[in-house]
Design a protein around this ligand. Structure first.
Ligand code: TXA
Ligand code: MG
Length: 323
């Protein structure tokens, strides 16, 4: 892929208009959502969608999430059953993606769904994402704006770090508030499946549904092709559930009992704060430990409820053996 100049756009009306113009012309624009930065393109433009996969080095069997301004627009692209409607009404705009059958005449490029007959849809709450999607009017396909397999970006600088020179523009909307990707749910007629824990806690979904979410069993045909065990990887070796600093290496703490940690996800033990900090702190420690002879980051235990569940999911993937 040739080098191009990546423009940094501001969130004023001029910047937003330029971003939407680039989308209409088939280009790639990274933009802030409340979860992480997305790398967006017009979901109906096959060439534009193909260039997302090329820019990220993403395998084409891994489908993308489409982003729309509201539920009415979402219904042009996907078919909502009762459960899906209830979840959309309860949690949109917000960090929830729904995997639904593709609507007839959706016009979506088949690359978006990697040839599946379902599509993942989300209505982001971030005001900049909302302005962009309202102005664009259609669906923007957007994975996280990072090189495939690397840590998701929660600032515009993270996006520049990975994708400068290979995408057209980045809308700089500051730090992402949630800091973890959306929770992905597939609502079926009898029950709803959790495909990926994320920025909307499972407890909130279960309260709204009045029943537990179903989980994929080992041996089932995978509902979500993108859930590779090894993902979100830093360069350093990662060891989880460590209650003390390593002899050599860095310590990422959580909570009050981590005096001497190099960074602490939340000194007060707040999971929302920890989620916001997770990816940025992993990046920071990784860049420091990369200069050491044996790059190692150890991570304190994080409780496995609320947002902690998604934090632990990302940490386990980041720590999974490579190759
Ligand atoms: O918060 C987020 O979800 C961010 C922001 C940018 O919206 N996006 C994001 O996209 O995390 P990405 O590409 O990194 O993850 C999308 C996930 C993949 O694991 C993929 O397998 C799953 O969504 N997915 C997409 N379409 C699907 C489908 N039709 N069926 C099952 N899983 C699907
Ligand atoms: Mg991603």
């Amino acid at each position: 892929m040739g080098q191009m100049e990546t423009r940094i756009l501001s969130t004023d009306p001029v910047g937003l208009t330029k971003a939407v113009g680039i989308w209409r012309g088939g280009g790639l624009v990274a933009f802030p959502t409340e979860t992480v930065y997305g790398l967006g393109a017009d979901a109906r433009n096959g060439l534009a969608v193909a260039s997302i996969f090329a820019a990220k080095g993403r395998p084409e069997f891994n489908p993308l999430i489409i982003h729309v301004a509201d539920l009415v627009t979402a219904q042009k692209f996907a078919i909502f059953n009762e459960t899906a409607l209830a979840l959309a009404e309860a949690f949109w705009p917000g960090p929830l993606s729904l995997v639904l059958p593709i609507a007839k005449d959706s016009g979506l490029s088949s690359l978006v769904s990697a040839g599946l007959d379902t599509v993942a849809v989300r209505v982001p709450a971030h005001p900049v994402a909302q302005s962009l999607l309202q102005a664009f009017g259609g669906a923007i396909a957007a994975p996280s704006a990072n090189i495939s397999g690397q840590i998701s970006p929660t600032t515009a600088a993270h996006v520049v770090h990975g994708l400068n020179g290979v995408i057209d523009a980045i809308v700089d909307g500051g730090d992402c508030q949630v800091g973890l990707e959306s929770t992905i749910v597939m609502p079926m007629s009898d029950q709803a499946y959790l495909l990926r824990p994320g920025g909307l806690p499972v407890e909130a979904l279960q309260a709204a549904l009045g029943q537990p979410l179903a989980q994929q069993q080992d041996g089932d045909k995978p509902l979500s092709p993108g859930q590779l065990a090894f993902h979100y990887a830093p360069m350093s070796e990662l060891r989880l559930n460590q209650r003390a600093a390593p002899e050599q290496g860095l310590w990422l703490g959580f909570g009050r009992d981590c005096k001497g940690a190099d960074l602490n996800l939340s000194a007060s033990g707040d999971l929302t704060e920890a989620a916001t900090n997770l990816f940025a702190y992993l990046r920071k420690l990784d860049s420091i430990s990369g200069t050491m002879p044996n790059p190692l980051i150890v991570v304190a235990p994080v409780p496995d409820h609320g947002l902690g569940r998604a934090i632990n999911d990302r940490l386990q993937r980041a720590a999974a053996p490579r190759n």
